[in-house]
Every structure is written in structure tokens, then in C-alpha cells.
Design a protein around this ligand. Structure first.
Ligand SMILES: C[S@@+](CC[C@H](N)C(=O)[O-])C[C@H]1O[C@@H](n2cnc3c(N)ncnc32)[C@H](O)[C@@H]1O
Length: 237
């Protein structure tokens, strides 16, 4: 098994991805409003946040706009090319570093918030367990882990749960995504890894997205995303 099946896509198309990411429909009208709803109480000066799979840094910059000080924000990614895009686009700078979420170079209990937007479907079941163990370790007690990822149940007759599936990218090549059994992950696996599920949802498309009728029709036709907020309540069993 390759360690990072999807990485070539982000290495080779880092610049295109970065140009696309900040104004993508799903970010503006699904992920960003969902994140703001879930994390509004954590948009404050003493929040210390780790953004896992930070890509070109749109989430990091959003956190800065929402009042989290840059020195309290860290972004990690496995793609050096995409990190370079993030560094160029983020002023003032934050701590961006190359690291795999499965094995992170941080002291235990360094953060009170960990986020992963559109990343978990890039990890298989084994990698996701390593990652949850690491997130638990770097979070302080009662710290928050929030994620949004592809909804594996979007097409009920074509779920392939527990498998990699191939998707076309908008740059004309292919990318693998893993179809997690998300319900099981948040309800049964997360408690084994020391987390309590506080919120699970299928984020709605914001009405403002109707100004882009084509994307609005597409994204309201199915539930494209799932989101979950987990709180660290103990250690992995
Ligand atoms: C779709 S992008 C999302 C970027 C960012 N979270 C956002 O929403 O703009 C997913 C990112 O996850 C990174 N990634 C994938 N597997 C990873 C891993 N095991 N550890 C750290 N980053 C990873 C990829 O390199 C890619 O940049």
C-alpha cells in the first residue's frame, strides 16, 4: 500500500489547487459556514489551533480573520509544494511545517483545537486510527477536534465503504479517496480513542450560494459533506 496515494495530485497541482481553494463553492457556502457554526466559541485570542492537512492555508487565514493570533496557529501537510503556496499566501506568517498527521512533532497537550477540513478521506482505516491517537495526544484535556470530509453515503447505491475509490480531479487527473464508515468512526471508534462525539451533521448549502446557480443546483442535489465535533475526554484505550 502506498503511504500517501493522493500526494502526487497535491504536489503536481499545488498552484492550481491554491488558486481554486479560497473561492471554491464548497468552501464558501458549505464548509466555512459549518465551521463558523461549530467553532464560534473558539474564535478567540487564547485558542491554540493545529490545522491538519492545511493545504494552501485557506483555513489558517480564516482563523486569523476570526481573531485567533497567528502565533497560536500551526498548519501541517505532507506536501512541501502545497506548504510553499500556503507560506506565500499567509501574512503575517504562521508556523507551517511538513508532517504526517500520523506522527506529529509536537509536545503532548500543545493545542486546544485540532481541525481537519477535507483530509480524513485521504487516510485509510489504519492511518485514521494512527491519526486519532496523535490528535488525542496533542490535544489538551477537553480539547476539540473538528472535521469535515466527503460524505461516503452521498450516493447510497455506490458507497464502497471501507475501500479506496478513484475520483476525477478538476485538473484532469485521478485521485483516490477512502470511503470511511463515518458513522462507526464517530460513534464507536472515537470513544475508544478518548473522544466524545458532541455533534455530527450533514452541512447544508448556504442560501447565499444561489448566486452561483449551477454549483448551487449541484451541491443541493446531494449531501456532499459530513462534519463532526469531538471532545477529548480521556486517553485511547
Ligand atoms: C483537500 S486538501 C484540504 C486542505 C485544507 N484543509 C483546506 O480545506 O483548504 C487535503 C490536504 O491534506 C493533505 N494530507 C493528506 N494526507 C495527509 C497526512 N497524512 N498528513 C498531513 N496532511 C495530509 C494533502 O497533502 C492536502 O494538502
Amino acid at each position: 500500500m502506498e503511504l500517501h496515494r493522493h500526494r502526487p495530485a497535491f504536489d503536481q497541482h499545488a498552484h492550481e489547487y491554491a488558486n481554486f481553494a479560497d473561492t471554491s463553492f464548497s468552501w464558501l457556502y458549505i464548509e466555512r459556514p459549518e465551521m463558523d457554526y461549530a467553532l464560534k466559541d473558539l474564535y478567540k485570542e487564547d485558542t491554540r489551533v493545529l490545522e491538519i492537512g492545511c493545504g494552501s492555508g485557506r483555513i489558517v487565514r480564516h482563523f486569523m480573520e476570526k481573531g485567533i493570533p497567528p502565533e497560536n496557529i500551526t498548519g501541517i501537510d505532507v506536501s512541501e509544494e502545497i506548504l510553499e503556496e500556503a507560506r506565500q499566501r499567509t501574512k503575517p506568517p504562521v508556523n507551517y511545517l511538513k508532517s504526517d498527521a500520523q506522527n506529529m512533532p509536537f509536545e503532548s497537550e500543545s493545542f486546544n483545537l485540532v481541525t481537519a477540513n477535507m483530509v480524513l478521506h485521504m487516510l485509510d482505516d489504519h492511518q485514521i486510527l494512527n491519526t486519532m491517537r496523535e490528535i488525542n495526544r496533542v490535544l489538551e484535556p477537553k480539547g476539540t477536534f473538528f472535521f469535515i470530509c466527503n460524505n461516503p453515503y452521498k450516493d447510497p447505491n455506490d458507497t464502497h465503504i471501507g475501500e479506496w475509490v478513484t475520483r476525477d480531479t478538476r485538473w484532469g487527473d485521478k485521485m483516490s479517496v477512502f470511503q470511511h464508515d463515518i458513522g462507526r468512526l464517530v460513534s464507536f471508534t472515537a470513544p475508544e480513542y478518548g473522544f466524545d462525539l458532541r455533534y455530527f451533521g450533514y452541512p447544508k448549502v448556504e442560501q447565499a450560494g444561489a448566486q452561483d446557480p449551477e454549483s448551487y443546483t449541484e451541491y443541493t442535489s446531494k449531501q456532499y459533506r459530513v462534519s463532526a465535533l469531538l471532545v477529548k475526554t480521556g486517553e485511547p484505550r
